[in-house]
Design a binder for this molecule. Structure first.
Ligand SMILES: NC(=O)c1ccc[n+]([C@@H]2O[C@H](COP(=O)([O-])OP(=O)(O)OC[C@H]3O[C@@H](n4cnc5c(N)ncnc54)[C@H](O)[C@@H]3O)[C@@H](O)[C@H]2O)c1
Length: 332
C-alpha cells in the first residue's frame, strides 16, 4: 500500500508517520511537506533511511510539482494534513492560509482525482482530509459539536479549513471519490511548534518570563493527546465510510487559565525554581485575540460507536509526559 501523508514534517503529521510506520509493515509512506517555519524534520531522523519512507519537499500550491509527485508515487491513498495552522497568524496575515489551505487542498485532491480516474479506481483511492472543530464556530456554556452542527467559521484559519472541507465533500458528491474527513479538537503532545499554547506556557515559564494568557483566560478548549488522535486517524483512514465525517475529541474540557495553572503546578512539582517557588506568579493577562471563540467541545460518539475508537491516555499523565518532553528541549 502506498500512502501519501501531507504535512508530515509538522506536529501531528510527524507523530502520525511514526505511528503508521511502526504499526504497518506493508505501508510505503511519501511525506510531502513544504517545510514552513512550523515544520521540523528532525523528529523523523530515526526513519529517514527506511525503504518504506520517502520525503518530498513540495509546496502544495505549486500545481505542476504536485502533479509530478502524485503521478510518480502513484498512491493508493492520501492523509492530508498540510496546512497553515496557527489562528493568530491567520489574523495578522490571512493570505498564506488561503493559498495553502484552500488552493493546496484543491491541487492534491484534483491530482488524485485525475490519477485515480485514469486508473479506473476513483472509488478505491482514499482521500482523508484532516480538519478542525473550529469550522463549527463557537459554543456557549452548554452543548457539543456533532457532525451535523452547521458550519460557522469565525477566524480566517477556520474559514479556509471550512472551504477545504467543502471541496472534499463536493468531490465525493460529484465524482464519487472515496473521501473521509475528520474534525478534531486541540491537540497536545510532543513535536508541536513553540508558538502554540502549551509549548508557550512551558517555554516562557522555564525562561522566567511572563506567561501570556488571553483576556481573563476563561475560553474553553477540549484537549486531545496527539497519539490518541493518530490512532483515530488510522481508524478513520482504514475503516471510515466514504463520504462520512467523524469528530475526534478528548472529552477533556479546560478553561485556558485552569490549564495554565495545571501546567504551572506540574512544573512546580517536577522542576521547581519558579519565582517565589511558584510558576503561577508568572501568569500575565494580555489583550484578548480578536474574535476569540469562547468554547469548543466535541461529541465523539460517532467515531466511538461506529469505529470503536476511545481516547486512551489519562490526561494528567499525558500532560506530565508532554511537559517533561518540552522541558528537556527548552532547558537545553
Ligand atoms: N494542532 C491542532 O491542535 C489541530 C487541531 C485541529 C486540526 N488540526 C489540523 O491538523 C493538521 C496538522 O496540524 P498541525 O498542528 O500538525 O500543524 P503544523 O503547523 O504543525 O504542521 C503543518 C505542516 O504543513 C506543512 N505545510 C504548510 N503549508 C504547506 C504547503 N503549502 N505545502 C506543503 N506543506 C505545507 C508545514 O510545513 C508543516 O510541516 C492541519 O490541517 C490542521 O488544520 C490541527
Amino acid at each position: 500500500m502506498r500512502l501519501i501523508i501531507t504535512g508530515g514534517a509538522g506536529f501531528i503529521g510527524s507523530n502520525l508517520i511514526l505511528h503508521m510506520l511502526q504499526k504497518y509493515d506493508h505501508l510505503h509512506i511519501l511525506n510531502i511537506d513544504k517545510l514552513t517555519y512550523a515544520s521540523d524534520l528532525k523528529y523523523l531522523e530515526g526513519v529517514k533511511d527506511r525503504d518504506r519512507y520517502t520525503f518530498s519537499k513540495t509546496d502544495l500550491v505549486d500545481r505542476p510539482a504536485v502533479k509530478n509527485v502524485v503521478q510518480r508515487f502513484n498512491p493508493d491513498g492520501v492523509i492530508h494534513l498540510a496546512a497553515e495552522s496557527h489562528v493568530d497568524n491567520s489574523i495578522t496575515g490571512p493570505e498564506p492560509f488561503v493559498f495553502s489551505n484552500i488552493v493546496g487542498t484543491f491541487n492534491i485532491l484534483e491530482e488524485c482525482r485525475q490519477l485515480w480516474t485514469a486508473q479506473k479506481r476513483i472509488q478505491l483511492g482514499r482521500f482523508h482530509h484532516v480538519s478542525t472543530d473550529e469550522v463549527y464556530g463557537q459554543l456557549g456554556d452548554e452543548g457539543f459539536f456533532t457532525e451535523s452542527t452547521p458550519y460557522a467559521p469565525n477566524s480566517p484559519y477556520s474559514a479556509t479549513k471550512a472551504g477545504s472541507d467543502f471541496l472534499v465533500r463536493a468531490y465525493h458528491h460529484t465524482y464519487g471519490m472515496n473521501v473521509v474527513t475528520t474534525n478534531c479538537s486541540n491537540n497536545f503532545g510532543p513535536h508541536q511548534h513553540e508558538e502554540k499554547l502549551i509549548p508557550t506556557v512551558i517555554r516562557t515559564a522555564l525562561a522566567g518570563k511572563p506567561i501570556p494568557v488571553y483576556g481573563r483566560g476563561q475560553n474553553v478548549r477540549d484537549w486531545l493527546y496527539v497519539l490518541d488522535h493518530c490512532r483515530a486517524l488510522d481508524l478513520a483512514y482504514h475503516d471510515g465510510l466514504s463520504g462520512q465525517t467523524y469528530n475526534i475529541g478528548g472529552r477533556n474540557e479546560w478553561k485556558n487559565l485552569d490549564l495554565v495553572r495545571e501546567i504551572c503546578s506540574i512544573l512546580n512539582e517536577q522542576i521547581g525554581n519558579g519565582p517565589d517557588g511558584d510558576y503561577n506568579n508568572l501568569i500575565t493577562f494580555v489583550t484578548d485575540r480578536p474574535g476569540h471563540d469562547f468554547r469548543y467541545a466535541i461529541d465523539a460518539s460517532k467515531i466511538e460507536n461506529e469505529l470503536g475508537w476511545r481516547h486512551e491516555m489519562e490526561f494528567r499523565e499525558a500532560l506530565e509526559e508532554t511537559i517533561m518532553w518540552y522541558a528537556a528541549r527548552y532547558r537545553g
